[in-house]
Design a protein around this ligand. Structure first.
Ligand code: VGL
Ligand code: ZN
Length: 192
């Protein structure tokens, strides 16, 4: 049952960090991270929207890496295979790619922080955003919360996201936080 009609003139789909290092076998694997690819590809095939993909795009000495005292293993180093989009992700109709956390001293989980994404979407007349990708409890959450702050009507696609789950329950808590912020939760099959 389609509950929502996607309008390419005003709706954007944001694919957050669907990169090899966040998928099983990668440097910072999200459990079932690759499952988002099937859900997102199905959506992209069915609906036309202004589609943006982000990528975590770190320098080799990024402050979030354990050798620098950060919390994460070395991941998504710019230009390496781990930083590539998942090979099966449909990327042929992307309108824009956002690279983030590109400087050694700057961590950034949100696609909107320091990327110009809000202005770009506004210039295109976008008023609503639909968010999927990785990881629910970090970049998806930060991106969706920022989208609300920038005034976009924001929906997160629950079958097209997966979490790192550093602590069990982190993804569920992230979803609750997003709902409290006014973010709607739908499934990709709800969109037509
Ligand atoms: C992310 C941890 C570190 C993410 C990025 O894309 O959610 N998580 N860097
Ligand atoms: Zn990162």
């Amino acid at each position: 049952m389609a509950v929502e009609c996607v309008d390419p003139e005003r709706d954007a789909i944001i694919l957050v960090d669907v990169q090899n290092d966040f998928c099983p076998g990668g440097a910072l694997p999200v459990p079932e991270g690759d499952k988002v690819v099937v859900a997102l590809n199905g959506l992209l095939q069915r609906v036309r929207a202004f589609t943006v993909a982000s990528r975590d795009w770190h320098p080799p000495n990024h402050c979030s890496f354990t050798p620098q005292g950060g919390p994460w293993p070395v991941h998504c180093v710019a230009g390496t295979p781990g930083a590539d989009f998942h090979p099966d992700l449909t990327t042929d109709r992307l309108a824009h790619v956002v690279s983030k956390a590109t400087r050694p001293d700057e961590e950034n989980y949100s696609d909107f922080e320091g990327t110009g994404l809000a202005d770009l979407l506004r210039k295109r007349g976008i008023r609503r955003v639909f968010v999927g990708g990785l990881a629910t409890d970090y970049c998806v959450k930060a991106t969706a919360l920022d989208a609300v702050k920038h005034g976009f009507e924001t929906t997160v696609l629950e079958d097209a996201i997966r979490g790192v789950e550093v602590q069990p329950g982190d993804s569920a808590r992230a979803l609750e936080e997003m709902k409290r912020a006014g973010i709607r939760v739908l499934r990709t099959e709800d969109l037509a």
